[in-house]
Design a binder for this molecule. Structure first.
Ligand code: CTP
Length: 402
């Protein structure tokens, strides 16, 4: 978490500036004191009022608007980190060459704090040797660059240059404060092996159709990132397209059988296994190798059960290993969760009522109850999925035997 950290959020004039609003909100939710600094051009893209309302201080733009004659030096000196999101080619160039044409550029040059730069621009600009040289300069100086992603760009073009997702940007900021000089994060899981599954499995019906579910993998990915921040060696078995940090060993899978194989391959050496994935309980017993045609009439799809991975792990648990299950319920949360906890031989069961607002699949927030086999019950109120991940990992870490 970022409690007490003073973070300058620099927003420059790219179309992606609207995503910085979400970054601002998430940083504030993590406890950071956020100071928004918008360039003149950013004012054409987003309203400063929104940032002023969400951040910890009003928006600043000019070197001359303040009574303080040297706002950039004060801000640069007092910052714990500066995040530029989005960073245009111009701001990247200013930082690389030491130009201080406006408040943001001047503050970036007047700081010794870590800097995170999140470029966003058209592919041609991103790939231009001038921009790439500037990025190489920044990387050499220790600036953290959150690379742009492939995807749709302004004007409908496709390619590399789209601003990274807000969660990726915020994870990069969190990463600055992991461990080290009395950072806010401790290394609770240092030296521990943690396996997390994420996303919803897909079971083929024919080459174009599948049976799936509504899980996006957000909670599982948040667990993997948080476990890594807490010092664990993390293996993430996922069906989701969400990016993950380089520190995480990632295995991409599609079906319940793939997930079963990937989990079985590494489960023996794990200290904590968290089954956050929504694994299909059934799959079509016959997968057609040709597309089923309407002209052949309505098909009858017969199903067969998949392996219950968690129950299998629970039945052959390695001593000292902690197993965590998830349960998405729509009714009788406590009763169903407690039954599932004992049926699957898990140590913890994280249950959420997916019918409640802001909870469960596809949301950025979640509200869960963590049931422990030792009888403890912990309610975690509605919060972002990173905070839920931390609560789950702390509960699991408490059960680990040294
Ligand atoms: N799970 C699993 N393998 C399966 C199905 C589920 O490992 N084939 C795990 C999930 O990852 C989750 C937990 O079991 O951690 C609970 O999943 P859920 O689908 O809620 O449990 P079920 O036993 O399928 O119960 P229900 O009848 O409510 O679907």
């Amino acid at each position: 978490m970022l409690e007490g950290r003073r973070i300058i959020l620099g927003v420059s004039g790219g179309i992606a500036a609207y995503k910085a609003i979400e970054v601002c909100r998430r940083l504030v939710d993590s406890g950071a004191h956020v100071v928004p600094v918008l360039t003149e051009a950013a004012h054409n893209m987003v309203g400063p009022t929104t940032f002023t309302a969400l951040a910890s201080e009003p928006v600043k733009t000019s070197l001359w608007a303040d009574r303080d004659p040297i706002p950039h030096t004060r801000m640069g000196q007092s910052a714990d980190a500066i995040v530029v999101c989005p960073a245009t080619a111009r701001v990247i160039s200013d930082l690389a060459t030491g130009r201080s044409g406006d408040l943001l550029a001047a503050t970036l040059i007047a700081t010794a704090a870590p800097v995170v730069v999140c470029p966003a621009m058209h592919t041609e600009m991103w790939e231009h040797p001038a921009v790439q040289d500037n990025i190489a300069t920044l990387l050499r100086r220790g600036v953290v660059v959150v690379p742009p992603e492939e995807g749709r760009l302004a004007g409908g073009d496709m390619g590399k240059g789209r601003l990274a997702q807000p969660e990726t940007v915020v994870a990069a900021v969190h990463q600055l404060f992991v461990g080290g000089d009395g950072g806010v994060e401790d290394k609770l899981l240092s030296g521990r092996q943690v396996l997390v599954t994420a996303g919803g499995t897909r079971e083929s019906i024919d080459p174009v159709r599948y049976l799936g579910n509504r899980s996006t993998g957000k909670q599982g990915h948040a667990l993997a990132e948080k476990a890594s921040q807490l010092g664990a060696e993390v293996t993430l078995v996922t069906t989701s397209g969400i990016q993950s940090s380089n520190s995480i060993k990632r295995v991409d899978v599609v079906t319940a059988a793939d997930m079963h194989a990937a989990v079985s391959a590494s489960s023996n050496t794990m200290d904590i296994i968290i089954m956050a994935a929504a694994v299909a309980d059934f799959r079509p017993s016959d997968v057609s190798n040709k597309k089923l045609k309407k002209a052949d009439g309505t098909p009858t799809i017969s199903l067969e059960p998949t392996v219950d991975i968690l129950a299998e792990l629970g039945a052959a648990k390695k001593s000292g290993q902690i197993l965590v299950g998830f349960a998405a319920e729509t009714n009788d949360l406590h009763k169903n969760a407690l039954a599932k906890l004992s049926r699957k031989g898990a140590d913890l069961l994280v249950a959420n009522d997916v019918s409640a607002p802001g909870v469960g699949f596809a949301h950025d927030t979640n509200e869960v109850t963590i049931f422990s086999a030792n009888g403890d019950v912990q309610e975690v109120p509605l919060s972002d999925k990173e905070s839920i991940a931390e609560a789950v990992l702390r509960a699991a870490a408490q059960l680990l035997v040294d």
